[in-house]
Ligand binder design. Structure first.
Ligand code: DLL
Length: 431
């Protein structure tokens, strides 16, 4: 089923035509209304009239998070303040947050982009949808709310936290769709099992996103509470969730391509890479009034494909994000993504799903210790078995990562749980 079938099934030539027209509109809007963009474009010798083909997007400078920080909070807005009706922002754990603004039209468009994605994933009007993303500045809860509301679902806007109550309402209301981060979904699914009610839940679909969800983690959630897990992607900088999402085929995330132009670049050189190559995702939103931005460097690693999808959508697909360029750890000279470690943990018996990665400096070298919970705490008293299990995990990690790292198995329920995005890295290198 489709939400906006015409837009979701255009032929590739038509998609490009729509994108070019909207790119020209966005570039003019940036140039005429945002002093920063005018200055950057003048410096680069590009005026809106020079954007004649889609490839001309490459004439525009890339935009980084630093640019947003320098123009904090509203200096990149292209609409007068009185037309901006809503604000969202990133958590800003490392400095000032990124602030996005929306006009009434932007909110309507956001709702339609999300409605497309939730319908593509399998949500329907008769669903009861529990939104367990945190409501607030974070875009996740409101974005899903606007989309599901357009579809006509019954929304339970519980926000995150208060986990036992979450389970109670899921059971009492007969909730069919859960909206959460994958790590919170893991926690909720475990809790439902512990409370002995997992079998009573009517959940059938998970609309997850906002952090990496490895296939192994997905499988674990599906096994715990018998739902189909789908992935959604977006960033505050690009208007939040609603950039892309998986359809029922779950073979990559369809980008709402008539509203977002995607490129993949080499993160080191900035060079645009051909379709099919993995690199940093760069996105230009094409229809934003309040907060247009061009060529935003997401730092997320993915790959693009225009291969037709079995669902009938012609919109380009991106691979599930494997990690961020700034999340990549360099251990003993080897690049390591936390998702690689997660994929090992989720496939080994007796451990997980909760873990953390502790980084330390030892003799000027970065060292990694993987701390994982045991499922059965009595193993802690069986030294021989415990050591054998630790060694098996180390061997598997060595094969996957190509380096040695420490492994410590800890008692069940001792690693912090997360109600939003998980923070798994504990960096003690400066301590
Ligand atoms: O996380 C927007 C969102 C909300 C997307 C709800 C999907 C669902 P931010 O808080 O600004 O926005 O964080 C953006 O989160 O650059 C990625 O690194 C990461 N991220 C978002 N979605 C995914 C995903 C929201 N599906 C940053 N897979 C992005 C992996 C994701 N990483």
């Amino acid at each position: 089923m489709f939400w906006q079938k015409d837009a979701e099934t255009m032929n590739r030539a038509k998609i490009k035509e729509v994108q070019l027209e909207r790119l020209k509109w966005t570039v003019s809007r940036c140039y005429n209304n945002v002093p920063y963009y005018k200055e950057m474009m003048d410096k680069a010798g590009v005026t809106p009239e020079k954007i004649k083909t889609l490839d001309d997007v490459r004439r525009l400078p890339l935009t980084t998070k630093d640019v947003l920080r320098q123009n904090y909070p509203f200096k990149l807005f292209a609409s007068p303040k009185e037309d901006v009706v809503e604000i969202h922002a990133s958590s800003g754990t490392t400095g000032k947050p990124v602030v996005g603004g929306y006009t009434k039209n932007d909110l309507d468009l956001w709702g339609h982009c999300m409605a497309r994605l939730v319908v593509a994933a399998g949500a329907r009007q008769d669903d009861i949808a529990q939104i367990s993303f945190g409501y607030g500045l974070f875009t996740g809860a409101f974005g899903l709310h606007y989309g599901l509301q357009k579809v006509g679902c019954m929304i339970v806007p519980i926000s995150s936290g208060n986990s036992e109550k979450q389970i109670m309402l899921m059971e009492d209301f007969g909730v069919t769709v859960l909206i959460a981060t994958p790590s919170y979904a893991v926690y909720l699914s475990e809790l439902a099992k512990d409370l002995g009610v997992a079998g009573n839940l009517k959940l059938r679909l998970g609309l997850f996103g906002s952090e990496v969800c490895t296939p192994e983690m997905r499988k674990q959630i599906e096994n715990n509470i018998g739902i189909i897990v789908t992935d959604n992607y977006g960033l505050t900088e690009l208007g939040g969730c609603g950039v892309s999402g998986e359809c029922e085929e779950r073979d990559g995330l369809h980008i709402n391509e008539d509203h977002f132009l995607a490129e993949i670049i080499d993160p080191d050189t900035g060079e645009v890479l051909p379709e099919g190559e993995s690199g940093e995702l760069v996105i230009t939103p094409l229809s934003k009034e309040a907060f247009p931005i061009f060529r935003y460097r997401t730092k997320d690693i993915s790959r693009l494909s225009t291969e037709p999808c079995r669902c009938g959508r012609t919109l380009i697909r991106m691979d599930k994000v494997v990690g961020r360029t700034d999340d990549m750890l360099i251990i003993k000279g080897v690049n390591v993504f936390p998702s690689q470690i997660e994929s090992v943990i989720f496939t080994m018996p007796h451990i997980g799903p909760h873990y953390q990665l502790v980084l330390r400096k030892e003799r000027f070298m970065d060292c990694l210790e993987v701390q994982v919970e045991l499922i059965d705490g009595t193993l802690l008293e069986k030294y021989g078995e415990l050591e054998a299990l630790e060694n098996r995990i180390k061997d598997k990690l060595r094969i996957v990562l190509g380096i040695d790292c420490g492994v410590t198995l800890v008692a069940p329920r001792t690693i912090t749980r997360f109600e939003g995005k998980a923070k798994r890295i504990v960096d003690l290198r400066k301590a």
